[in-house]
Design a protein around this ligand. Structure first.
Ligand code: XBP
Ligand code: MG
Length: 247
């Protein structure tokens, strides 16, 4: 008897069939990194530091996930910089976070194309939604309250942020914690990410990954992803083109 050919499910079908969709936040739900960059620069100026992170430098610095960790890594590379204690780094990051919320509040950072539609269609299909991110609960709330309204948390089964776990991405911790809370196997889920660090984090937790390319990580290596899209609007169901019958 001939073995039946195993036809791999089309990636879009995998997304529709998943028990849960686990979303990254920065770069995936919205193009937030420019606001993070501006907020870091604001904090440096307020603190009397003459540091300016331009886009080219920030692209490199984004390899270090987490705002406090990014400041510490940059500081370590400055041979002439005065010592900066953990308390000062925490204070810098506090100023940065407050300014980031002010920038978000101006309404200049909408959800990326296709995000609201995918959240709505997943909800309509009865799929569970989760967030697995490096940033903080406060930053997620600032972004999603503005974009989806104050009741947004009701749509998410669980939210795991960077400081909830021991190791930030590219470690798998946020994803492993989401799986534990959802009580699901990795193969029942799809992670939606925008960066190589995110792809590595989800892959280390054995979760298949859909990539939506973003501003800063456009050229990362995504060769191990299930699918790579320019944005999530490419997942939209084809519209019914049938014309209504004339009465
Ligand atoms: C996002 C990040 C975050 C933000 C800043 O990574 O690395 O550090 O840039 O956030 P990912 P905080 O999208 O892979 O989760 O300053 O709040 O840490
Ligand atoms: Mg991201």
């Amino acid at each position: 008897m001939q073995a039946e050919a195993i036809v791999p499910l089309d990636a879009a079908e995998r997304i529709r069939a998943a028990a849960a969709l686990i979303f990254d936040v920065d770069g995936t739900l919205a193009e937030t990194e420019e606001l993070h960059r501006r907020a870091f620069n604001h904090a440096f100026a307020r603190h009397g530091l003459d540091w300016q992170w331009d886009r080219i430098l920030y692209r490199d610095l984004l390899r270090v996930t987490g705002g406090k960790e990014r400041i510490r890594a940059f500081h370590a590379g400055q041979s002439t910089a005065p010592a900066l204690s953990d308390v000062e780094i925490a204070e810098l990051h506090r100023i940065k976070t407050a300014h980031y919320a002010e920038l978000i509040e101006t309404g200049c950072c909408p959800l990326r194309p296709g995000v609201a539609e995918l959240l709505a269609s997943a909800k309509a299909r009865g799929q569970r939604l989760a967030l697995a991110t490096t940033t903080s609960h406060g930053n997620i709330d600032a972004l999603l309250s503005r974009a989806l309204g104050p009741a947004w948390p009701a749509d998410f089964a669980t939210i795991v942020a960077g400081d909830d776990v021991r190791h930030k991405k590219p470690a798998p911790d946020v994803y492993l914690e989401v799986l534990a809370r959802l009580r699901l196997a990795p193969s029942d889920c799809v992670a939606i990410e925008d960066s190589a660090n995110g792809l590595v984090a989800a892959s280390r937790a054995d979760i298949p990954v859909l990539i939506t390319r973003s501003l800063y990580f456009r050229d990362d290596d995504f060769s191990t992803a299930l699918m790579v899209l320019d944005d999530l609007s490419e997942l939209a169901e084809p519209k019914d083109t049938k014309q209504p019958h004339a009465q």
